[in-house]
Design a protein around this ligand. Structure first.
Ligand code: AHG
Ligand code: MN
Ligand code: MN
Ligand code: MN
Length: 335
């Protein structure tokens, strides 16, 4: 209940996970619950590091680079190490893939889950205090299956769960293990993620488009014409607003809550787009589709792509069902 505006019935993420397990998998051994709780611990650690970054010399560059060709930030490294250590210690994982690690991490004698993750998403926004996040996807292998990169080179349709954590004005965890995503807010005084929205739904149409307009000279005709339509609707309707944070987690979270469309298309320079399929495209596509939205490339659903390598990139357009349908009319129009 709520007394004087204070919820006196806090449902924490660990309790929520146990309730889901009892409801959905009463005979489960609770391994997924252990894994999700480990992910929670790592997210709380990163949230704490992010909030005091300026005070503990955690801003700026680490002086190293990653396989993506990016200069790693100190927080990229910190977040990566925390997730790898916490996931390894959980005893539930056999394969880990991180944006910040060249090759897959095989954990001998590990569990049946594989986790692919972007430990710190939106690194370019760290030093100026703009929202950043973490993105994760979870696969499950057969117990008899040997731990190998094959456990994660699967289409997003085979994900058993996905989540993101947004280190923003408040710290939000959005998580789905097959149902509509649940939204938890970190209560720093408890050190717990407390359920704030049991089932998230993307509005079926929105009034926001989200894309890096700085790349507009590189877009193909279909994307250019769709964006033009957003700005100056041919039916005389009111233009959409542009909102672009530059942290995928922030742009996607806003899109799920407010509706609209987020786009990172392939272009003349980035012929497969910029975002990475395993730990950005697929988890976000899984969450948006679980919330009734859609996520496509120029050709078809993001979740249908079968990856050939762990860091491959994919174009992505995601958000409200009707906005995606309007975009599709342009993508499928004869040039
Ligand atoms: P990361 O910081 O994990 O490398 O991801 C950055 C990504 C994503 O967060 C965001 O949507 C996109 O880069 C922004 O790219 P541009 O700066 O090219 O718009
Ligand atoms: Mn990066
Ligand atoms: Mn990212
Ligand atoms: Mn990252």
């Amino acid at each position: 209940g709520v007394t004087n505006g204070l919820s006196t019935d806090p449902l924490t993420l660990p309790q929520w996970v146990l309730v889901q397990q009892q409801k959905e998998a009463p005979h489960a051994r609770g391994n997924l619950s252990i894994l999700l709780n480990a992910i929670c611990v790592a997210c709380k650690f990163v949230d704490s590091a992010v909030r005091k970054a300026g005070l503990s010399d955690l801003l700026g560059l680490a002086g190293t680079g990653n396989i993506q060709g990016e200069d790693q930030k100190k927080l990229d490294i910190v977040a990566n190490e925390v997730f790898i250590n916490v996931l390894r210690r959980s005893g539930q994982c056999s394969v880990l893939v991180s944006e910040e690690v060249d090759d897959e991490v095989i954990i001998e004698g590990g569990g049946e889950y594989s986790v692919v993750f972007d430990p710190l998403d939106g690194s370019s926004n760290i030093d100026c205090g703009v929202s950043i996040g973490t993105i994760l996807g979870i696969y499950k292998k057969e117990k008899t299956e040997a731990p190998s990169v094959k456990n994660v080179l699967k289409s997003g349709r085979e994900l058993v769960g996905a989540a993101y954590c947004l280190y923003g004005s408040s710290c939000s965890m959005v998580l789905s293990v097959g149902k509509q995503p649940a939204h938890f807010t970190l209560d720093p005084s408890l050190g717990e993620f407390v359920l704030t929205t049991p089932a998230m739904s993307v509005p079926e149409k929105g009034n926001i488009y989200s894309i890096n307009e700085g790349n507009s000279v590189l877009w193909d005709t279909a994307v250019s014409r769709y964006v033009q339509e957003c700005k100056n609707p041919s039916n005389g309707g009111s233009p959409k607003s542009l909102r672009y944070v530059g942290s995928m987690v922030a742009d996607v979270h806003r899109t799920i809550l407010y509706g609209g469309i987020f786009m990172y298309p392939a272009d003349r320079k980035a012929t497969k787009g910029k975002l990475r399929l395993l730990y950005e495209g697929n988890p976000m596509a899984y969450l948006v589709e679980s919330a009734g939205g859609r996520a496509i490339t120029h050709e078809g659903p993001v979740l249908d792509i079968v990856p050939a390598s762990i860091h491959e990139r994919c174009p992505i357009f995601l958000g409200s069902r009707i906005d995606i349908e309007e975009l599709e009319a342009f993508l499928h129009a004869k040039a």
